[in-house]
Design a protein. Structure first.
Length: 306
């Protein structure tokens, strides 16, 4: 997949529009529809998206994404998309009327043969543009529009906002049904205060990414990917109140693992929340609870297929 950071002339495409945070199961239907239309008609496919969510510009929000931009683009590429246009949502785009955006941005640059969006995609100032708008202008601008209806799982609408809500509340076991995989973060292993070693539970520590949605503080069963090999692990996410910690830190005790991985990039997938973060009266009390956590998590791994 070729990635562009600005518009260019690239005519006769099958395009799809959206931010695609998480590239969840509903997003994949939108993306694959654009790809299939391209393949069936001898065309190329393209995603038109933004580097930051429009609400970050419009409402000065701090991002809370499910995926980093690089991970989002990697998953979009996996769906077979040929081109990704990753634009900056700026004043010009924010102030464009829906018709101006359609005519001057999309049609002028891509003369699309097909446009695909989800049922709840909006564009243009004050959300003037929607599925009905795109359908109404098909003949005038020479494209065919496809609206993907709501995609559900067990009567739950698959959406980025729902997935973020589940992550924030620690409902990790249900996330793959909507997202398509376990929620995960990437980070570089840093040197911690090494308190874990003093109680026989050394950890690989990473700072939590500021722009990624954060699960509720606590202990999790997790998988840690190191150099494309996956290891089972017990993860604590939080401020470590027992040792007077302050910053949010992810600490992974990797089972049956003793290699030096400082300065390595690792990927941590959250499988199940075991308990909330608690302040213990002493390190021995903390260790006693960690032993219980480890036993529960090892038992969990014995009873699931990964």
């Amino acid at each position: 997949m070729q990635v562009y950071n600005q518009l260019n002339k690239n005519p006769n495409l099958s395009i799809c529009l959206g931010f695609f945070d998480g590239v969840h199961q509903g997003h994949k239907v939108v993306l694959r529809n654009a790809v299939n239309l391209a393949l069936q008609n001898g065309l190329k496919s393209a995603v038109i998206t933004f580097r930051e969510h429009p609400l970050c510009y419009l409402q000065n929000r701090t991002p809370q994404y499910i995926l980093s931009l690089d991970e989002r683009l990697a998953l979009i590429a996996e769906q077979g998309i040929d081109y990704a246009y990753v634009l900056d949502f700026d004043e010009q785009i924010a102030d464009s009327l829906a018709l101006d955006y359609l005519r001057d941005f999309l049609v002028e640059n891509f003369t699309p043969k097909f446009i695909t969006t989800g049922f709840n995609h909006y564009f243009g100032a004050n959300k003037q543009g929607d599925a009905a708008f795109l359908r109404a202008y098909q003949e005038e601008f020479g494209y065919k529009f496809f609206e993907i209806p709501p995609i559900t799982f067990n009567n739950t609408l698959i959406s980025s906002s729902k997935i973020r809500q589940m992550i924030a509340s620690g409902e990790m076991e249900a996330v793959p049904d909507l997202l398509g995989e376990y929620f995960a973060i990437k980070g570089r292993v840093i040197t911690g205060n090494r308190i874990g070693r003093t109680i026989s539970y050394p950890t690989a520590n990473i700072k939590y990414p500021k722009d990624i949605i954060k699960p509720s503080n606590g202990v999790y069963a997790a998988l840690v990917n190191i150099d494309d090999t996956e290891y089972r692990a017990m993860v604590n996410l939080g401020r470590r109140p027992t040792v007077n910690g302050s910053n949010i830190l992810l600490e992974a005790n990797i089972f049956d693992f003793s290699e030096n991985i400082y300065d390595k990039d690792i990927r941590v997938s959250f499988l199940k929340k075991v308990r909330n973060e608690v302040k213990f009266g002493s390190l021995p009390d903390l260790k006693s609870q960690i032993v219980k956590d480890e036993n529960e998590i090892r038992h969990f791994f014995k009873n699931i297929k990964i």
